[in-house]
Design a protein around this ligand. Sequence first.
Ligand code: ATP
Ligand code: MG
Length: 366
Amino acid sequence: MAASRTLRIGLIPGDGIGREVIPAGRRILEALPSSLGLKFSFVDLEAGFDTFKQTGVALPDRTVETLKKECDGALFGAVSSPTTATKGYSSPIVALRKKLDLYANVRPVKSVAPSPAYPEPIDLVTVRENTEDLYVKEERTYDTPDGPVAEAIKRISTRASTRIATMAGEIAARRARVRQGLGDGSGKQALVTVTHKSNVLPQTDGLFRSASFAALAQQRFKDAGVKVEEQIIDSMLYKLVLQPAYYDVIVAPNLYGDLLSDTAAALVKSLGLVPSANVGDGFAIGEPCHGSAPDIAGKGISNPIATLRSVALMLDFLDQEEAAAKIYAAVDGNLADGKLLTPDMGGKAKTDEVVEDVIRRRHCLP
Ligand code: ATP
Ligand code: MG
């Protein structure tokens, strides 16, 4: 048995159903088989719109400091966005990504069953650069004789493009390795698609493109069976909707990544299924893709699967692939069985019943 290791995980439920799904994330970690040699300790942390209403601060310093000094990883639930701009409030997860330099947003999307629109299985992951592009938010408006003109800076750096493409290469190499282990007939290859619009923006997107190709040309990726392609973002979105089964790992600058990852999530219908991770060097925050879902908050019917998969994704980035694989397999088992599903999936089960079913299946071998 491997030497026992304890990982300290920050729990940030946030608002709405975040308070229902983050406890589910904690339960699956506590239920992992002891044979993995992994232990967890937890620290409860605050952030979100409720926190802002109570204290005037959306992201308390204690949350940031505790994550930096004590934690190996974290789980983040969801935050409500106020319907009108609220003075002094800005999204705590956006701030956290910045303060912890979580430069990648990784979002795997996997179909549950074949559908008439998508008879082939969808199993792809979007890897979105998270620190620059139009999100540097340097806008200005100036007057001209024809009226005001507004403009925004789109900043693309070699450093940020290189590290995001490297991460995409590593994710693809891991996928190739898993496929090889499964012997599922898919061969050992994995495909990275670099997306951009360098035909219109040869300098900014051109830099993203060339830095990505340079990073992905590393021998270790070739040895792992990683193939690299490129596609212009507009045709990429078109083909993603028509033929999602084609894609494997997609790497994109920030804005295109935003569009891509939401489009990809829509392919599998329920927001309650799609996980994400905010990843930096040596730190990862698992975060379900959905929001705080005020329409179902407090009813105990929110789908916990996006969160359970986000826990697995966090573990992947903390180099705990074996533990992660057990959670993925247990979740897939619950979905394939189809007997205990929450209402968003057409079932009648409560959040807790789904969590218990997944926990029962955690010994499933991947
Ligand atoms: P927010 O402003 O926090 O994003 P929202 O009103 O946009 O809130 P979302 O959380 O984005 O709500 O959800 C959109 C829809 O998807 C809602 O109808 C919600 O009930 C549903 N939904 C989201 N997450 C889940 C989940 N985990 N389980 C079941 N339904 C969900
Ligand atoms: Mg929303």
